[in-house]
Design a binder for this molecule. Sequence first.
Ligand SMILES: Cc1cc2nc3c(=O)[nH]c(=O)nc-3n(C[C@H](O)[C@H](O)[C@H](O)COP(=O)(O)OP(=O)(O)OC[C@H]3O[C@@H](n4cnc5c(N)ncnc54)[C@H](O)[C@@H]3O)c2cc1C
Length: 404
Amino acid sequence: MSHSVSTALPAADYYDVEALLYPREREKLAELREFLAAEVAPSAQGWWDREEFPFDLVPKLGALGLSAPHRPLPDRPPYSRLFQGLVIAELTRADTSIATFFMVHHDLFVEGLCEFGSPEQRERYLADASALRTTGAFALTEPEHGSDVAGGLSLTARREGDGADATWVLDGAKRWIGNGTFADHLLVWARDTSAPDPRSAVRGFIVAGDSPGLTRTRIEHKIALRTVQNADLTFDGVRVAEADRFPGISTFDDTRTMLLGSRLLVAWQAVGLQLAAFDVARQYAVERLQFGRPVASFQLIQAQLTQMLGNATASMAMLAQLARLHDAGEATMPRVALAKAWATARMRESVALGRGILGGNGIVTDYRMAKIFADAEAVYTYEGTFEVNTLIAGRDITGVSAIR
Ligand SMILES: Cc1cc2nc3c(=O)[nH]c(=O)nc-3n(C[C@H](O)[C@H](O)[C@H](O)COP(=O)(O)OP(=O)(O)OC[C@H]3O[C@@H](n4cnc5c(N)ncnc54)[C@H](O)[C@@H]3O)c2cc1C
C-alpha cells in the first residue's frame, strides 16, 4: 500500500472567503503576502526568541500603504472591513507580534485620531502616522483595572486654566501598553477630576512619548507576543495642552465605536493563528514518518487536521459576515463580543491540536508551532477576555447582566 502524499494541497482559506474582496484589495493582499514571506516569516522566530522589536521593518510596512483609515484620506481610497480583517489575519499568520504592533498603531491610534480628533489635530498628526513615519500607542488598561477599566479608570487629569490656554496635569499609571516603550504618541484615557461628576467624566489625550514626568518601562519575561514591546507607564504630573485633548470625548461610552472595530480585528487574529497552526501542522504531518508512514496517513491525525481547518473556516465565515454588517453600520458590540469569544475559543482548540500533531517538536520554538501556541494566549485575553466578551453577548441574549 502506498502512503505517498499529494503535493498539490488545497489552500487554508478552504471556502475562498478572499474571493469576496474587490479586485484591487486582492492585489494588495497578494502584495502583502509576498512582503511577509520575504521580510517577516524568515526572521519572526528570531525576534520572538530575543524579545527584539524590528524597528527597520516599520518604514517598509508604512510603504505598503495599509494604514488607510475607514474614513478615506484625500489621497487614499477606503478599504472594506473584510479586507482589513484579512490583512490582520494574514499579518498574524506570518507573525502575531507584527500584526499586534500594526493594530495598536493603526486600529487604535490612527483610528482614534480619525474618530475623535479635531480637524486641527488630524492635520497635525494624521499624515505622518498613516505613513508610519511616526508610531502610536493606546493607553487604557491600568495596573489595578483591566476588565473593569470602563468604570474604574483611576489615572487622573486635572485642568489648570480655562479655554484654549488650559493645561491638563496627568497622574497615575497604565499597564500592558503595546508599543508603549517607543511610540512617538500615546492616546491616554483619564478621569477628569475638574468635572462636576469625575466618576463618569472620561477624557482622551494625545501625549508625546518624551513628555517630562512620563516613565516607560518594558514588561519583561512574557510567554506570548515577545516581539511586541508592552510597557508599564507612570504619569507623574505630565502636562498636556488643551490642544491635545480630544474634543469629542466626555464619557467612556464615546470610545465604544472604536473599540468595537479593534475587537473585531482581534477576532481576525484568531483566524490568522488558526491558519498558521494549520499550515505548520499539515506540513509537519505529511513529512513526519512514524511506523514507516507519514503521520498524516493516520486517521486520528486526519481528524485533528480536519477539526483545525473546520474551526478556522467557521471562524472566517462568521467574521466575513460580521465585516459586511460592520460596513452596513450594523455590527453591535454584543455581535462583535460573540465573535471574539467564539473565534478565540476555536483558536485555543486549534493551536492545541496543532501543537499535539508536532509531538515533542511542538514544544521547542525551532518548529514555529510553540510560538503560535503561546501567542494565542495573548489574543485570548486582550480586547476583552473570553469571559467578559461571553458575558457581553450573554447580557444581550438574556437581558440580564452577569458582569457586575
Ligand atoms: C499582550 C497584551 C497586550 C495588551 N495591549 C494593551 C494595549 O495596548 N493597551 C491597553 O490599554 N491594554 C492592553 N492590554 C490589556 C488587556 O486589554 C487586559 O489584559 C484585559 O482587558 C484583561 O484585563 P486584566 O489582564 O487586568 O485581567 P482581569 O480583568 O484582572 O481579569 C482576570 C480574570 O478574571 C476574569 N474576569 C474579570 N471580570 C470578570 C467578570 N465580570 N465575570 C467573569 N470573569 C471576569 C477575566 O476574564 C480573567 O479571566 C494588553 C494585554 C496583553 C496581555
